[in-house]
Design a protein around this ligand. Structure first.
Ligand code: AHR
Length: 498
């Protein structure tokens, strides 16, 4: 089987906003406690943060991490998590029905983020709380001093303001499960008025208004339109969330779901532009895909957990090889839409539906999905080229004319490097890729990384952490500006040229 990729230096989609490689840490399960923070762990540093986990996170190098939720934020009192730790309350955490000890709060997380070398994308509670708590919280975080909350931050040991730039106005407010769920107009007004006061405190921030919880919500599209009708002039991004599942064990269909994702992104961009036209505005609202991943493996285990415990093993999906392909396909799809998707957060980072797992009494390891995320974040910075794909296709349950080859190309002008990310969705045959590189002379192949496995259900575990891992024995070669490469059946490929 043959596929072609037409690459031309002059045809570009957009600069990649590095925040597209963002991640997410929620006060949920073992993400914080025994994930990033565990003072009694042998690798814990002077602040109680696990250094083994920090090392793996630094490999990925996520430029931004969303915090503290998720559903958690809709019942969170930020004041519970600041000040002397011994005075902080244990709370019933209603989103996930656990006990939140508040041992880690804003200052600890900000300190951890500095160690991880990442920005924080902070969320305010628009579920059980509202305008007042949000304005006090941003004053605490971003105001230099001389006011009650900024001076309180100083009293708590942090002199300089954090200057957190990106803020989420609540989380999944369209979802009936959400604490303080609202209808679209009600939420749109609250988001607008909260945005107004937050920007009065700090005009340099950017705000993300909550879009639909997923593409299948009954209120999808009407929700975005009504929310933006109320808040358009005050917000900067609208959020999208999507999780993929393979309950019916239909691999061809599972791998095709990112074609639906592309459609979801285009639809939300169209709604933003519809409101722009309606309001005769010059402002463009971009997209923040601030939760995405595969999530379904842990459903049953979660039903069996006892409520009201501290840091139970919730949402601990063990990812297999086919999940890694879906993660790679998702990253390709996000990059192809880099002109509108400026922020994206893989949900989540440690233990909870995560690329990194820990054991409480042992180490930390990379799940299968770690690798495409790591490769994209490391090698996918620069400008996305507008390439044309010619590929054999297939039909499956929910999608028609699905390309076996899915691919995107990123050109990093500063480093004079080109990276081709490519997935072969074919489970029977290898694909012979041929690509003419227009406008790139004298490039050479640096490496052709391949993630493949004979068992699509193969996983990495604490005892066998390297069962699924990439190799660099791909056969890409470049002669007279023509690239050829064999993409093994069911594989994630990273072809690096310079
Ligand atoms: O990431 C897990 C949960 O998924 C988040 O808390 C919520 O926003 C979404 O439904």
């Amino acid at each position: 089987r043959k596929a072609k990729l037409y690459i031309d230096k002059n045809f570009t989609i957009s600069e990649v906003d590095k925040r597209i490689y963002g991640s997410f840490i929620e006060h949920l399960g073992r993400a914080v406690y025994t994930g990033i923070y565990q003072p009694d762990h042998p690798t814990a540093d002077e602040n109680g943060f696990r250094k083994d986990v920090l090392e793996l996170i630094k490999e990925i190098d996520p430029p931004i991490i969303r915090y503290p939720g998720g559903n958690f934020v809709s019942g969170y009192n930020w004041e519970d998590g600041v000040g002397p730790v011994e005075a902080r309350p244990n709370r019933l955490e209603l989103a996930w029905r656990t006990i939140e000890t508040n041992e880690v709060g804003t200052n600890e997380f900000m300190q951890w983020a500095e160690k991880a070398g990442t920005e924080v994308m902070m969320a305010v509670n628009l579920g059980s709380r509202g305008i007042d708590a949000a304005r006090n919280f941003i004053e605490y975080c971003n105001h230099p001093g001389g006011s009650y909350y900024s001076d309180l931050r100083k009293k708590h040991g942090r002199k300089e303001p954090y200057n957190i730039k990106t803020w989420c106005l609540g989380n999944e407010m369209d979802g009936p499960w959400q604490i303080g769920h609202k209808d679209a107009t009600e939420y749109g007004r609250l988001a607008r008025e909260t945005a107004k006061v937050m920007k009065l405190v700090d005009p340099d921030i950017e705000l993300v208004v909550s879009g639909s919880s997923n593409r299948q919500m009954k209120t999808f599209a009407e929700w975005e339109a009504a929310v933006l009708e109320e808040s358009y002039e005050y917000v900067d991004y609208v959020s999208l969330h999507q999780y993929f599942r393979n309950d019916s064990n239909n691999l061809a269909n599972f791998l095709a779901q990112t074609d639906g994702l592309n459609d979801f992104i285009n639809s939300v961009a169209a709604i933003c532009d519809y409101i722009k036209a309606k309001k005769n505005s010059n402002k463009v609202i971009n997209l923040s895909f601030d939760e995405w991943n595969v999530w379904y493996h842990s459903d049953q285990a979660d039903k069996e957990l006892e409520p009201w415990t501290v840091a139970p093993p919730q949402l601990e999906d063990i990812y297999n090889f086919e999940d890694a392909l879906v993660v790679g396909l998702t990253l390709i799809t996000l990059l192809k839409n880099a002109d509108r998707v400026k922020i994206a957060n893989q949900a989540q980072l440690v233990n909870v539906i995560a690329p990194i797992m820990t054991s409480k009494n042992g180490g930390a390891w990379r799940q299968t999905i770690f690798y495409p995320y790591y490769h994209a974040s490391r090698f996918g910075r620069g400008t996305v080229l507008d390439c044309k794909i010619e590929s054999p296709q297939y039909d499956c349950k929910d999608f028609k004319n699905v390309n076996y080859l899915e691919s995107v190309v990123v050109y990093n002008q500063d480093q004079a490097q080109i990276t081709i990310f490519a997935v072969n969705r074919n489970s029977e045959e290898n694909l012979n890729l041929e690509s003419k590189l227009n406008g790139f002379n004298d490039y050479k192949v640096i490496e052709h990384i391949v993630l493949e496995h004979e068992d699509i259900k193969a996983v990495n575990t604490e005892n066998d952490p390297e069962n699924v891992k990439p190799h660099s024995n791909g056969n890409a070669s470049l002669e007279d500006d023509i690239l050829t490469a064999e993409l093994p059946k069911l594989s994630w490929n990273v072809i690096r040229l310079s």
